[in-house]
Design a protein around this ligand. Structure first.
Ligand SMILES: C[S@@+](CC[C@H](N)C(=O)[O-])C[C@H]1O[C@@H](n2cnc3c(N)ncnc32)[C@H](O)[C@@H]1O
Length: 355
């Protein structure tokens, strides 16, 4: 991924400040509830009558918490006519916050991708559930895979180096994860993985429960970890990949920091600890921590925003850096290879600027 050292240092600094102050390291703005798709694992689709926050109101909420990472999601964010204005309003300087657009990309064009880059998007997180037309079936949208198959290699060839495919692992697609990584490589983009949760639809059909299936998933996850080392395409950290398997195995995983390290701003501008507990709305973070986070025992999801933010401190740093810093292969001739994240951690501790 294309991330300058200056940007990485600023993000890390902001992240550490917020981490220790119980402020969020990532806030996800759901900038609308409406969606153009109605995916099997989400059942969210449709146009909804809703009042939306303006780009300026979104910026004002951002300024209350100043997370180093902001995710713009929905619904489908590309349905908003003013989506570019939202990114422009949020970009404070060239470095922070790190802005992620989460989209199914059905409405994306090459022209709009360039404009969104100019508006400040740092990372495009594009959902992909299958490496072929089964994606159309799963997302109930004929032609979607064909569109991505044409579009993404073209976007990748523009050289921004900032597209990550995100696959939510389900019972339906876990056997094809390797093929999805191969496709990401062919398209010239990166890969991240998250886990299906029943919290959206209560549908257990997409869980992976049988012993035999779990053993197969374990082998596939081990293979992904190996691939990650060899090909540098997968941004999900090794520890998160292992914990994703544990999540499926036990159908839960403890340690969720929703409301503290991350939270969600739905279209009405109130605070939700996470996208899955939609009736727990709060006006302030303090109230949310007091009434929700301090008693939260929910372990029923392991989506990306959670898996990244509930890591122990040092793993969080390593994982964040390895996700966001250059994933380019080490030079073959280097005797002792120091990875970009190791270099950065060294530099920061030498400067002794962060305690
Ligand atoms: C809710 S969508 C919103 C953004 C956009 N419309 C999209 O499809 O990417 C964000 C992500 O949530 C994932 N998702 C939806 N339902 C899920 C579930 N039940 N468990 C885990 N991830 C889910 C999707 O695959 C997608 O990558």
């Amino acid at each position: 991924m294309n991330l300058s050292k200056n940007k990485a240092v600023k993000m890390l600094y902001r992240g550490l400040k917020n981490y220790f102050a119980n402020k969020p390291v990532c806030v996800s703005f759901e900038v609308l509830n409406s969606c153009n798709l109605n995916c099997h694992h989400c059942n969210w689709g449709g146009q909804i009558e809703e009042t939306l926050l303006t780009p300026e109101q979104i910026r004002d909420i951002y300024l209350r918490f100043k997370p180093p990472v902001v995710q713009i999601s929905g619904g489908e964010p590309l349905l908003r006519d003013d989506i570019d204005d939202i990114f422009r309003a949020l970009k404070q300087d060239n470095c922070v916050p790190y802005l992620i657009l989460v989209s199914n990309a059905y409405l994306m064009t090459e022209e709009h991708y360039i404009k969104l880059n100019e508006a400040g998007v740092d990372q495009f997180s594009i959902s992909l559930d299958f490496p072929d037309e089964r994606h159309d079936y799963f997302r109930r949208q004929p032609g979607l895979f064909g569109h991505l198959n044409k579009l993404i290699p073209r976007l990748s060839s523009l050289g921004y180096d900032n597209i990550i495919l995100n696959t939510a692992i389900t019972h339906e697609n876990y056997k094809y994860l390797r093929e999805i990584v191969d496709l990401a490589e062919k398209w010239g983009v990166y890969m991240s993985f998250s886990a299906y949760t029943i919290l959206r639809t209560a549908n257990r059909d997409f869980c992976i429960n049988e012993q035999e299936e779990l053993e197969r998933l374990k082998r596939i996850i081990d293979e992904l970890i190996q691939l990650k080392k060899e090909r540098q395409r997968i941004v999900t950290s090794e520890i998160t990949l292992k914990r994703t398997y544990e999540f499926f195995k036990h159908s839960k995983i403890t340690g969720c920091k929703a409301g503290k390290r991350f939270f969600v701003i739905p279209p009405d501008g109130l605070l939700l600890p996470c996208a899955m507990h939609r009736n727990r709305l709060f006006s302030t973070q303090a109230e949310m921590i007091e009434e929700f986070s301090n008693h939260n025992k929910c372990g029923s999801c392991f989506v990306a925003i959670r898996s990244m933010t509930d890591l122990p401190f040092m793993s969080f740093i390593k994982s964040t850096l390895s996700s966001y810093l250059s994933l380019k292969k080490p030079p073959a001739s280097a005797e002792v290879y120091v990875s970009p994240e190791e270099q950065l951690v060294k530099e920061i501790s030498n400067q002794n600027s962060i305690t």
